[in-house]
Design a protein around this ligand. Structure first.
Ligand code: DON
Length: 595
């Protein structure tokens, strides 16, 4: 099934395609005619799942998005202190190509502006392999595939990069660059000319989000300290003279490039990448900024808010055959449920349903086998439900319904924004509903009969017609109104009750509250359990709707035992056989306790 996150991204993409302000980068001839109808959004989670929409596999030059990855490589190569000697970590508040060098030392303000990025290149080792080979291998490892250099973009950069050339010589004059600036500059141009697509960038951003380990390949591409420092500098400096507005509106470490790419990182959770070539006056993709603002607001990604959550929202995911049935079914119905029970799944969630929890939840549901018809989200252990979760749960319901599948929730106290969805106060109620739905869809009407005559009771099946007629003649008939209590805890054995029509519910008292245990319907018996254990009734039995009963009272049974011991023995044998049949049905996986 299509994930609601894909639907969300597709809607957002369609919406923002109409945004036509800005123009592609004019500074480099090879880029100025970029097609502004191109637009991609990609999102990679730290476990390597990528959502993508639009032209996500269309390549463009990485440009300044190379800078954080070069910076991390230099940090890993020579250590934080050695890098800090050459480069500051202060936001310059200037444009990307400003000459932001310290007046006396010549240190560039940070590694995200051109001056700092050129200095960064000079710090990358070229010991075991030529420097640019190492740079390209590093970017490729973060993307999870071999990236290539565009010769034409590189030629254009080298031809027009006079300001960068001036910056490199200025850095040389201050001894920030200690070698010939030309090869350094060439590698900087090459670094800007590496071709990527939005999917690559999302995975590169997710590598930063994942502490330096590429989420799909599992390769440790960067050290943790380098990642922490890089994300810090991206937070304060990644968006140049737009950094303040960006961090207020989006609240994620980010980097843009004049190629039209933009990445944002939610540490621990997600890498986001957008591509669209028209730029704003800061040199950032117009649609990239707009999409980031919308995604951050809609999904609650601002780091101040999102940082506290972990990923694991899913506690358990199992089908209803793993649970003991709380409804006594006929033999045929029990068989059918054993066969079809895997079509109803319970997903237990816990913690906060903000972005990460919601994402893992919708992915779990979207990837359920197509045979699953009923999906129950058990929300009882969920603490906070963010608006993204509300939106996605409603969307899941619609997507499931479109495939004739049904979503239901378990919530003790219904949460207002989810109140319109089918909800049950306990898992038992949800399972009852799931069983009834499966029986209605796949069973036959006689599997859940409205009424059952005494002679057709499964419990009495071993007896012949004469015995059954004798027993029935000893029974008292009653009709009980909805909600009336039939048996109370503590009462002595009062006889065997046969349900001819309607339903009864059994419940136990826990902390002064009646907790529903099971529902029994026509064809089933109750009352015999009082014979076991303490020798008294342990549950409360209440009529659900109008119940039609016949009871073979304890006194009648006692009379039968003296007057017709043979018939009494046959009766008890039948009752014992029925009881053990039920015991067998209930011995199921005990790792799923009843609640
Ligand atoms: O060096 C330059 O100016 C370009 N190759 C890269 C600039 C860039 O991407 C700035 N980011 N928005």
């Amino acid at each position: 099934m299509r994930s609601p996150i894909d639907s969300y991204l597709a809607d957002l993409h369609a919406d923002l395609l109409g945004l036509s302000s800005g123009a592609p980068y004019q500074g480099i001839p090879a880029m100025k005619d970029a097609d502004n109808t191109k637009f991609a959004i990609a999102m990679a989670t730290v476990d390597g799942h990528v959502y993508q929409v639009g032209d996500a596999e269309l390549e463009f030059s990485i440009q300044s998005i190379s800078k954080p990855f070069s910076y991390a490589l230099a940090l890993d190569d020579i250590g934080l202190d050695a890098v800090d000697e050459k480069l500051d970590v202060e936001p310059s508040g200037d444009a990307f190509n400003e000459i932001s060098l310290s007046r006396d030392t010549g240190r560039p303000a940070n590694a995200m502006i051109n001056a700092g990025a050129i200095a960064t290149i000079s710090l990358i080792r070229d010991a075991d392999a030529p420097r640019f080979e190492r740079i390209l291998a590093h970017y490729s490892a973060a993307a999870g595939r071999q990236l290539e250099l565009s010769d034409s973009i590189y030629a254009s950069e080298a031809l027009t990069g006079h300001r960068n050339r001036a910056l490199a010589y200025l850095l040389r004059s201050f001894d920030i660059i200690e070698t010939d600036p030309t090869p350094v500059l060439e590698d900087y141009f090459r670094a800007c000319s590496v071709m990527v697509n939005a999917r690559d960038l999302a995975l590169m951003a997710a590598t930063l989000a994942n502490g330096g380990t590429q989420p799909a390949t599992g390769v440790q591409v960067m050290g943790k300290e380098a990642v922490q420092r890089t994300l810090s500098v991206m937070t304060t400096c990644g968006m140049y003279d737009d950094a303040g507005a960006w961090i207020s509106a989006v609240g994620l470490p980010a980097k843009s490039g004049v190629g039209g790419g933009l990445i944002a990182v939610l540490p621990g959770q997600l890498g986001l990448a957008i591509y669209s070539p028209a730029l704003d006056p800061h040199g950032s993709s117009v649609r990239g900024v707009a999409a980031s603002e919308r995604i951050s607001a809609d999904m609650g990604l601002h780091f101040v808010r999102a940082a506290r959550l972990g990923r694991s929202a899913i506690r358990e995911n199992y089908d209803i055959t793993r649970l003991p049935s709380h409804i006594r079914h006929s033999e045929a119905a029990t068989k059918l449920l054993a066969q079809y029970g895997e079509r109803a799944r319970i997903i237990e969630l816990a913690g906060d349903l903000l972005f990460a929890g919601t994402e893992s939840m919708v992915r779990e549901v979207s990837e359920l086998d197509a045979c699953v018809e009923l999906v129950v989200l058990d929300l009882r252990r969920v603490d906070e439900v963010d608006k993204i979760a509300v939106q996605m749960i409603h969307q899941l319901q619609r997507e499931l319904a479109a495939e004739s599948r049904t979503l239901a929730l378990v919530q003790e106290i219904p949460f207002e924004p989810l109140a319109s969805l089918r909800s049950f106060p306990s898992r038992n109620d949800a399972v009852e509903w799931a069983q009834a739905t499966l029986l209605a869809r796949h069973g036959t009407a006689d599997m859940v009969p409205e009424t059952v005559a005494v002679r057709d009771f499964a419990a009495l099946a071993p007896l012949d017609g004469a015995d059954i007629a004798l027993l029935e003649s000893l029974m008292e008939e009653s009709r009980i109104e909805d909600g009336r209590i039939i048996r109370r805890p503590g009462e002595e054995f009062g006889g065997v009750y046969f349900i001819l029509g309607g339903k009864v519910a059994t419940s136990t008292l826990q902390g002064g509250r009646a907790v529903r245990q099971a529902t029994l319907s026509a064809g089933m018996t109750f009352g015999e359990i009082a014979l076991g254990g303490e020798g008294e009734q342990t549950t409360r039995v209440t009529a659900v709707g109008r119940a039609h009963l016949k009871v073979l009272s304890a006194a009648s049974i006692a009379r039968l035992e003296t007057e017709n011991p043979g018939a009494a023995l046959r009766f008890w044998k039948a009752i014992a056989r029925d009881a053990y049949t039920r015991v067998e049905e209930n011995i199921k996986d005990s790792s799923y306790p009843l609640h």
